[in-house]
Design a protein around this ligand. Structure first.
Ligand SMILES: Cc1cc2nc3c(=O)[nH]c(=O)nc-3n(C[C@H](O)[C@H](O)[C@H](O)COP(=O)(O)O)c2cc1C
Length: 167
């Protein structure tokens, strides 16, 4: 698959097989985060890979949707704001850097035939506590990772002219 095929193939998948993810695939997917760009190359990112069933069970307090727990792996993308580059108006780019790295991971997973679903609607303080994150490490997004059971149809997109202006 070329990059355009991978981008088109990606879906937010909300139903997974229990089949495990091969370690080589997982490593390639995680390595994709290392190739992501970051502001001033600060790399203020941190990823937690959750396979432990007991920790996954605790996560149900932070994000309740049952489908989320059908996948064998949960990945938590974090930023480290104190290490992030700041624009001269004070805007901190750490969350954006973590987001770009997560998107690299998600597209790499798609290219391996695996599925993901970006999840932001979780309880941050519960996730911090379950993962025992040191102060200064902020969870930005979660995704399940596994083989898809049902692949949904593509969702609707705005027309190009609404989101792109060429001048
Ligand atoms: C920043 C962000 C947060 C999201 N949070 C959630 C979420 O909490 N729960 C969920 O089921 N999907 C979540 N999604 C997935 C979106 O609903 C999904 O990307 C959108 O409906 C488009 O569908 P597609 O990803 O299949 O193209 C999130 C996506 C993004 C980019």
């Amino acid at each position: 698959m070329n990059i355009h095929e991978v981008i088109k193939k990606r879906r937010s998948v909300r139903s997974y097989k229990s089949e495990p993810v091969e370690e080589e695939k997982l490593n390639r997917i995680l390595e994709a985060t290392l190739s992501a760009p970051s502001a001033a190359n600060r790399q203020p990112i941190y990823f937690v890979v959750i396979k432990d069933e007991k920790i996954k069970y605790q996560f149900k307090n932070a994000y309740k949707a049952p489908w989320f727990y059908t996948a064998p792996i949960i990945i938590c993308a974090c930023s480290i704001p104190e290490k992030g580059w700041k624009r001269n108006d004070g805007k901190n780019y750490a969350d954006i850097d973590a987001t770009i790295a997560m998107d690299h991971l998600i597209l790499a997973a798609t290219s391996e035939g695996l599925a993901t679903c970006w999840v932001a609607a979780f309880n941050v303080s519960i996730v911090k506590s379950i993962l025992n994150l040191p102060p200064g490490i902020e969870p930005v997004a979660l995704t399940p990772l596994g083989y898809p059971l049902d692949i949904p149809e593509p969702t609707l997109r705005k027309p190009m002219e609404e989101i792109v202006k060429t001048i």
